[in-house]
Design a protein around this ligand. Structure first.
Ligand SMILES: Cc1cc2nc3c(=O)[nH]c(=O)nc-3n(C[C@H](O)[C@H](O)[C@H](O)COP(=O)(O)OP(=O)(O)OC[C@H]3O[C@@H](n4cnc5c(N)ncnc54)[C@H](O)[C@@H]3O)c2cc1C
Length: 473
């Protein structure tokens, strides 16, 4: 059963009715629900899976936010929403929507602080390395530093707030009246039974279309043959509903890729390895890009190499550092990480041509010491040169999530193509248009959870206030 249908009829019967319905129980939906409840409305979250997880649980759980008290606690005192918005726009070369970048930058810090104050979420700031394109240390995470823990903490908060999360509730149809006002949603259960739930306000938090191969091929052909490493249930329902309603939709070719997914294990290998001195080579033992451009665009660069694979090459210093990341420890456990005492052993354990590998490593050492300039434009001088013993992991490029979607205003109201807002329809996270613009290279690290939590918070607050003021059903 596909979601994505709109009915213009009045539902024959309504099984139950509630103020605010939120579709999707990832970070966006859970934050929106908490906010809507705090604004004084009854709220329910509908989730198609038996156990909520979403791409949020698959993520590293890193959320960029400027000017928070958590930053100040570690001495970062000069970050601001303006500085953050400038970083977002610089990464997308000015192609992201400036109003959305502003909304994300001003909403995310207060959202994280509110989640801490009202719901006890703890945030730490990662200051051991700077993510590409961020001019300040502003990446926040829950103490476990995983998306699983972030999702679990949000679910606990929702449970404590007594907000029902109805699982195995796949929303397959929206009911809209002649003025495009959403009056109800249809839920399809795993056994095919359907139920209709009336609502005053609807929040779309069901992410993008990464799990829909046909839509990916249509809108992002460059990654259609790459692995999809996001949540399979994100099949583009918000997009399909938006199209049917005549919503303004932008940047469908934008997405978060990643050029460092352990192959064939499918485990994320942190890009910190590259930022701190590692290199990527192809199966010929040659570098092929500036690894500091960003991990998102590197998905395309890696997939363009022979066999669509690359090797991350680094050393013991970086191997020790990487063990701070739970994903990396998992990659070690499953045997994805190779160790070699010297360059010839490295060639043996990777199967890469020894002479080319040795040449690549000596060239990198020259760039590091300033005796030569990297033709790809990377500045190697700030980090130590790679030294034996070496480590390596085979990786591929993947699609993590789509960034295009429904345009929203500063209250997270979904907009029509003519720019006017729908009366009672809100969106956030991957359901809304993101802040990365139309290209894979526009994705600044953290743009995903930024709009999930930032826009989710705005959508929930707006939806909750609107529903409270709306006349009784
Ligand atoms: C491997 C990986 C690592 C990442 N790391 C980071 C990171 O560190 N930082 C960052 O900012 N971003 C990261 N991202 C991106 C980030 O995970 C997403 O941008 C973010 O989780 C989106 O949140 P969301 O709530 O919009 O969607 P999701 O968390 O995907 O939740 C959407 C939910 O909607 C449900 N749903 C869909 N359709 C329906 C329907 N019709 N009816 C009912 N339910 C429905 C889905 O089942 C799902 O549970 C990463 C992504 C991946 C894949």
């Amino acid at each position: 059963m596909n979601g994505g249908r709109i009915s213009r009829e009045i539902p024959e019967s309504i099984d139950a009715a509630i103020d605010v319905v939120v579709i999707g129980a990832g970070a966006c939906g859970l934050v929106a629900a908490l906010r809507a409840r705090a604004a004084g409305s009854e709220v329910i979250v509908l989730e198609r899976d038996a156990s909520p997880s979403g791409s949020t649980s698959m993520s590293s759980g890193f959320v960029p936010a400027p000017g928070t008290r958590f930053q100040k606690e570690i001495g970062v005192t000069d970050d601001t929403p303006e500085r953050f918005a400038a970083d977002i726009l610089a990464k997308s070369k000015g192609k992201s929507d400036a109003a959305l970048a502003r909304l994300a930058s001003v909403s995310i810090g207060p959202a994280l602080e509110w989640l801490a104050d009202a719901h006890g979420l703890e945030w730490i700031v990662l200051d051991d390395f700077l993510y590409p394109g961020h001019s300040r240390h502003r990446m926040h995470a829950v103490p476990e530093k995983t998306g699983v823990a972030l999702e679990a903490r949000l679910l606990s908060a929702v449970e404590a707030a007594e907000i029902p999360v109805v699982t195995e509730a796949h929303v397959t149809r929206l009911y809209a009246d002649g003025h495009d006002r959403i009056s109800a949603v249809e839920i399809t259960r795993p056994d095919g039974a359907t139920e209709v739930l009336g609502c005053k306000v609807l929040v779309l938090a069901c992410n993008g279309f990464g799990g829909n191969r046909a839509l990916v091929r249509q809108h992002i052909p460059e990654i259609a043959d790459g692995l999809y490493y996001g949540h399979e249930g994100n099949t583009g329902d918000a997009l399909t509903w938006g199209e049917a309603l005549g919503a303004r939709i932008r940047h469908l070719s934008g997405y978060q890729g990643h050029g460092s997914l352990a192959h064939p294990h499918g485990i994320l290998i942190s890009w910190a390895l590259m930022m701190e001195g590692g290199i990527q080579v192809n199966s010929e033992g040659l570098r092929f890009s500036n690894e500091h451009g960003g991990y998102s665009e590197q998905a395309v660069n890696v997939l363009a190499q022979p066999g669509g694979i690359a090797w991350n090459i680094y050393d013991a210093r970086l191997h020790d550092f990487a063990q701070n990341f739970p994903d990396y420890r998992e990659a070690m456990t499953v045997g994805a990480i190779r160790e070699a005492a010297d360059v010839s052993a490295l060639a043996r354990v990777t199967g890469l041509p020894g002479a080319a590998l040795a040449r690549t490593l000596s060239e990198a050492a020259l760039y590091q010491s300033g005796q030569a300039t990297d033709p790809f434009g990377r500045d190697f001088t700030g980090k130590p040169a790679l030294a034996a013993p070496y480590y390596a992991v085979k990786v591929t490029g993947a699609l993590f999530h789509t960034q295009g979607g429904l345009m929203i205003d500063d209250q997270a109201r979904v907009l029509r193509e003519n720019g006017s807002p729908f009366a009672n329809l809100f969106a956030g996270g991957g359901a809304a248009c993101g802040v990365s613009g139309p290209d894979v290279s526009g994705y600044l690290s953290g743009n995903g959870l930024l709009t999930a939590i930032g826009f989710g918070s705005v959508a929930g607050a707006s939806a909750g206030s609107l529903a409270r003021l709306a006349p009784p059903r």
